[in-house]
Write a protein that binds this ligand. Structure first.
Ligand code: HH2
Length: 270
């Protein structure tokens, strides 16, 4: 598993025109690279580069377009030795990003999106994050239903770990993610955070992506760019319940909050 400080922050770098909170800001590779470097300078342990929005209702982009967006950024950050994650459901995109220096595959489909992804991860030796999502981005927020969201997400993640291991992926390289906002109502998201300890009990490290998401807007009444405090609150709740990596847009603020929480809980360097 890649060596990261714990708790660690994953900085979000969306090279997209349509991401829900930073769409269009980093389409220019120079601006994207500068933002990635800046997030690392203020405390991110790794930068997650993505070229396809997964916001509710998002249209998929072609592989060629995704490569065209992410590769100039991955190549430049990778050449500078930056710790990189590639946020993709496509094996070809992951393959090229890994060759250019990425060490982490963030696959929101949990290896269900591309039949070649599991084999690629297994042979590359990269870390991989398996995330829970109900349906797909285009339809996932259309009336999501669960009998018990936490136990259903837990058994999905356990099943995906088994699949990954069966495909030859080293279990020690697998991260898990409850998929906040991916086919979940406000109550589902809050319950997942409240009972995150049940997912931590699976025994794999947890990554949580609550940053600026709409459930925070529903609780606070604030638009995306005013959800920093809400993001921090959600991440601290998740940290206390066992999460170890936090995927955020607001890196410096989140790092400070986690340092205070880690010092308070006496968990630094755990
Ligand atoms: N959330 C988003 C994208 N990728 N990956 C993981 N592992 N966990 C998440 O919660 C997660 C993720 C969505 O957020 P964002 O990248 O800010 O927006 P968009 O999908 O619109 O680009």
């Amino acid at each position: 598993m890649i060596e990261l400080e714990r708790p660690s922050v994953m900085g979000v770098l969306n090279v997209t025109p349509d991401s829900f909170s930073d769409g269009g800001r980093y389409l220019d590779p120079t601006a994207a690279v500068a933002h990635g470097e800046q997030m690392l300078a203020v405390g991110a342990s790794i930068v997650d580069v993505g070229g396809e929005s997964t916001r509710p209702g998002a249209e998929p982009v072609s592989e060629l377009e995704e490569l065209r967006r992410v590769m100039p950024v991955v190549e430049r950050l990778g050449a500078a030795g930056a710790p990189l994650s590639i946020d993709t459901r496509r094996a070809e995109v992951a393959k090229r990003a890994l060759a250019a220096g990425a060490a982490f595959v963030n696959d929101v489909t949990a290896l269900r999106g591309d039949p070649a992804m599991a084999g690629l991860v297994a042979t590359s030796g990269a870390d991989v994050c398996l995330m829970h999502m109900l349906a797909e981005p285009k339809t996932m927020q259309e009336n999501p239903r669960y009998d018990d969201v936490v136990s259903e997400v837990k058994s999905f993640l356990e099943q995906r770990v088994r699949f990954a291991v069966d495909q030859g992926i080293d279990e020690q390289r697998v991260w898990l993610d409850p998929g906040i906002g991916f086919g979940k109502t406000l109550d589902h998201n809050l319950e997942l955070l409240r009972r995150l300890g049940e997912l931590a009990a699976i025994g794999r490290p947890l990554l949580v992506g609550a940053s600026r998401k709409s459930f925070l807007g529903k609780v606070t009444g604030r638009p995306e760019h005013e959800r920093v405090a809400g993001t921090i609150a959600a991440n601290l709740m998740a940290y206390e319940r066992g999460a170890t990596m936090f995927r955020v847009h607001d890196v410096a603020e989140t790092c400070d909050a986690l340092r205070v929480a880690a010092a308070t809980l006496n968990r630094h360097g755990e």
